[in-house]
Design a protein around this ligand. Structure first.
Ligand code: FHN
Length: 679
């Protein structure tokens, strides 16, 4: 009887799991396995925008957003479909270039924000079969991927500038009515297209959503679509942009309660790995996602290899972008970079594929990935800077290496010496690869690493006196010894017992000792004393900031002094004014910020779109140009009192936002309160 109940419970749970998309950790790990092991994929942004290739009626600097950034009326943009004829497109060539570059999956735009569908969809005639080319490129890519053993994945934009049902319209599309638009009908349209993409092209690895930031798309809708997709295909992987999990910059933090299987930092790499979090950095090879014929600013092979190394050492994937031409060709420089990448991956891919994040907090000369092989750990030491003296010091490694060799020359055994605070490997004078060389080291069991002590030096500078705090991970039975002149601590150096103050620029070094012998690497940091920026005298400061409100059409901050303000007045803080009437507007805030104590302040300026912050006569933060909510920070030393502050801001289209905060050394980050603002 018990067995029957047990079986019944398993059945109920599995049905419920299926319906609710609740899967066990084991099932999720199985579903994510190929993606986690892949580490490297190709992103392809291809569509009608490749025809203008970044230029429209003499205006340059555009790409896949050209319909928006060049404000092309719907009918005029749609007419590009009549010119789309990529006669040189060859799906197998593309897939072979991705494969030879060491990429394990391809994510291609099935539909970008412009709404043009690169596949044969029954949902709209605004698709590739209505072009002179007629052929369904996703179908051809699907068969090429099957033939050559590549995972095919589709990018799909939630935001759709073409669909009559999608809202909001673009702000400048004043002549295009929104009446009759029906977002519910649009969502059904989306579901129908998603079903086409999942059903008609064979095994699809990932549905890669984008364009989720507008207010008409909600967490609830995102979660609903996620469940819908998983009900169609229980193995497919879905990124976090299906819902509202993506915060501005990292693409990972934000609302983790939202649906989505992995985080999506864009054009950035998180500062550290995020244990237990799946994430993929999507990054362009040059400056644009879609093809721009004038964009020759391609990253070097070295930069690309170091990105792959940095990302995989933090447990993430790299999705590297190509923007093909309107003829259906990869740009020459993209082809070159792929070929160089492939040569390196052919010899060194073992250090990237199927690896896990580094066991080290950081390494002065590069990165590390690791693999468990039975009861051994294989460490892949990614050496960016080949040591001139031929000695590679691995700080804090306690394990006695079992074998060491160059991945590019496995026959050449290397020798290591266990030191009290780590391992020194003797390397050949010349690195096997000028861009990035891998040293392989096997250690028994798990790597045991003694981390160097941590000296608190949040901002690196102080104005009056500074409390030095030195911490170390649990190393019971040890002492921390330190020096204040930059010399390496010895067994006769003072023992750190509690925080102490310094009054001048000091080089603090610290090291862990056990039984009076060095036991960890050395930490060293300069803590610099600087003069604070002087405050200013203001006769009768009044609460609040002066503001001036402008309207206009900018892709970067204009010289507002040369423009006529539409509105001006005094506002209690930096919040965006309710008075704004247009989506495309600018603001200038001017006044004084009252600093209560001499100190070091970290200012943060986060905005969508561009902004700049001035303090006194200095440009403190430049966060200009069109972008989503993006934060930039800087540190400044200020004297107590009033300091002139000026913030300029513009919003181009879509979402808008401006957040200004500061953090005094040792205190939490906070928005600048109205009580600190005067004019
Ligand atoms: O607006 C898009 C952009 O065109 C591009 O597709 C990138 C790629 O991740 N995603 C959006 C910006 O976050």
């Amino acid at each position: 009887m018990k067995k029957l109940i047990y079986l019944l419970l398993i059945f109920v749970f599995s049905v419920q799991a299926q319906d609710m998309n609740i899967e066990t950790a084991k099932e999720k790990n199985s579903r994510m396995r190929w993606w986690r092991e892949a580490r490297l994929g190709m992103f392809i942004h291809w569509g009608l925008y490749s025809i203008p290739a970044g230029e429209w009626k003499g205006s340059k600097g555009h790409a896949e957003w050209i319909r928006e950034t060049a404000k092309i009326p719907l009918e005029e943009y749609d007419s590009l479909a009549g010119r789309f004829n990529p006669v040189k497109f060859n799906a197998e060539d593309w897939v072979r270039m991705a494969k030879n570059a060491g990429m394990k999956y391809i994510v291609i735009t099935s539909k970008h924000h412009d709404g043009f569908c690169m596949f044969d969809t029954k949902e709209t005639s605004f698709n590739i079969t209505s072009t002179p080319f007629k052929r369904d490129v996703l179908k051809e890519l699907a068969s090429a991927c099957r033939k050559l053993g590549m995972k095919l994945c589709f990018y799909y934009s939630i935001m759709d500038w073409h669909s009559p049902d999608y809202l909001p319209r673009r702000a400048w599309e004043v002549g295009r009515t929104a009446s009759g638009a029906d977002m519910n009908r649009y969502i059904q349209h989306m579901k129908n297209q998603i079903k086409e993409l999942i059903s008609n092209y064979g095994d699809i690895g990932v549905l890669w959503f984008d364009g989720e930031w507008e207010e008409t798309w909600t967490k609830q809708l995102g979660d609903e679509i996620y469940k819908y997709i998983r009900s169609l295909d229980k193995n497919i992987i879905i990124n976090n942009r299906v819902s509202k999990a993506r915060s501005a910059s990292e693409g990972i933090s934000g609302n983790t309660a939202c649906a989505g299987d992995f985080g999506t930092p864009e054009q950035s790499i998180p500062a550290t790995g995020l244990p237990g979090v799946d994430w993929e950095s999507c990054i362009t090879m040059n400056n644009n996602w879609g093809y721009n014929k004038d964009d020759y600013n391609f990253k070097s092979v070295k930069e690309i290899l170091h990105m792959i190394s940095d990302i995989s050492s933090k447990g993430g994937n790299l999705l590297l972008n190509i923007g093909p031409t309107s003829e259906g060709l990869f740009p020459e420089k993209s082809i070159d970079r792929l070929a160089e990448l492939g040569k390196w991956m052919k010899k060194n891919g073992e250090a990237i594929y199927k690896t896990n994040a580094s066991p080290f907090d950081s390494l002065p000369w590069g990165r590390c990935t690791q693999k468990k092989i039975k009861n051994t750990t294989r460490l892949y030491l990614h050496v960016f800077d080949w040591p001139k003296d031929g000695h590679l010091f691995i700080p804090g490694l306690e394990n006695q290496p079992q074998s060491i060799y160059l991945l590019a020359d496995k026959g050449k055994k290397l020798f290591a010496q266990k030191k009290e605070d780590g391992v020194i490997v003797t390397l050949p004078s010349k690195a096997p690869d000028d861009n990035l060389s891998i040293v392989v080291m096997d250690v028994k069991g798990k790597p045991k690493i003694i981390s160097a002590p941590v000296i608190n030096n949040e901002f690196g500078v102080f104005v009056d006196k500074y409390k030095v705090i030195i911490n170390s991970k649990d190393t019971s039975g040890c002492q921390i010894r330190f020096t204040l002149d930059g010399s390496v601590p010895t067994s006769s150096s003072p023992i750190y017992k509690k925080p102490f103050e310094i009054n001048n620029t000091t080089y603090v070094s610290a090291r862990i000792f056990k039984n009076d012998l060095p036991f960890s690497p050395v930490s060293k940091t300069e803590i610099k004393k600087i003069d604070p920026q002087p405050s200013v005298e203001v006769q009768t400061p009044q609460p609040g900031l002066r503001y001036k409100y402008y309207e206009g059409d900018w892709t970067k901050l204009p010289d507002f002094n040369a423009l006529k303000a539409i509105d001006e007045g005094v506002t209690p803080d930096f919040s965006l004014l309710p008075a704004k009437k247009s989506e495309k507007y600018g603001l200038v805030f001017e006044g004084y910020i009252n600093i209560l104590n001499d100190g070091i302040f970290s200012f943060s300026l986060e905005s969508d779109d561009g902004s700049k912050m001035y303090l006194g006569n200095n440009l403190l933060i430049d966060n200009d140009y069109c972008h989503g909510m993006k934060e930039m920070k800087t540190v400044v030393a200020l004297q107590a009192g009033l300091h002139p502050i000026r913030v300029v801001y513009f919003n181009a289209t879509g979402a808008s936002g401006l957040k200004i905060s500061y953090q005094n050394s040792g205190r939490a980050k906070e928005s600048i309160p109205g009580s600190a603002i005067f004019h």
